[in-house]
Design a protein around this ligand. Sequence first.
Ligand code: ADP
Ligand code: ZN
Length: 288
Amino acid sequence: MLGAIEAGGTKFVCAVGVESGKIIERIQIPTTIPEETMSKVIEFFKGYELEAIGVGSFGPIDVNKESHAYGSITSTPKPGWRDYPIVKTLEKEFGIPIGFNTDVNAAALGEVTHGAAKGLDSCLYITIGTGIGAGAIVQGKLLQGLSHPEMGHILVRRHPQDEYQGKCPYHRDCLEGLAAGPAIEERWGAKGIDLVDRTEVWDLQGYYIAQALMQYVLILSPKKIILGGGVMHQKQLFPTIYKFLKEIVADYVHLPELADYIVSPGLGDHAGITGSLMLAKQALQENN
Ligand code: ADP
Ligand code: ZN
């Protein structure tokens, strides 16, 4: 059996499952301070004989195996979690291989193994929620270089009528600063869920998201794009994104039918935890 953790800023989802991706047991633990959250995580996993654990974590995180800080969360503003060594803590407790990657990379892995990108050797998983992040599978492997990608913080061309200053504490009006859930709320004075009938809200979202997708398509050429996260529950965003993307790509690259190419997660809300289970499987294989 394998363990999986989807470590989020508001909650940790922990699951026990098997290599096929089947989940046997699953719990949620609120994210408070590390000692408290992690002791509940450990208590849950203690009830099972596990061979490996996979962690898909909020970030930024250190994924460089050569680094002394490998396996920790790095520059989060979340109290107590900065520099927290999540992998070392689990290794010390369980003495088994621990897989570790970003939450969005885990979700991409989940979707390519069991979800909307099943059978493909590349895909992009993007979440538009409290923040914006993306994970990519390229030639069958999770994309990683110096560190993990941070595709939510790319710069986009501003809409000429958009005077909102942007919410990213680092870059102000990067994609996340303009189009994540908190930016919607601050710009329009209400949460996305309460703005369903305001077409201008979703037009502007589509305008920014399509630009980001164009850049990802031009650079990574993924075979499938999966859009998840709370904001993407607004399904009317999909046709708007298709429309803007068609306009700006302008026949330069040939894309598949957009309704098949840019889709919701096949695993729904389980993409991250399923992918974390696959991270455990990978860690076990690498160990053998
Ligand atoms: P997180 O990113 O924290 O994991 P979510 O993906 O649910 O969680 O993202 C939360 C953000 O998405 C909030 O800003 C919230 O207002 C927004 N959001 C959540 N559900 C919806 C919805 N159905 N429609 C529009 N916006 C939503
Ligand atoms: Zn930013």
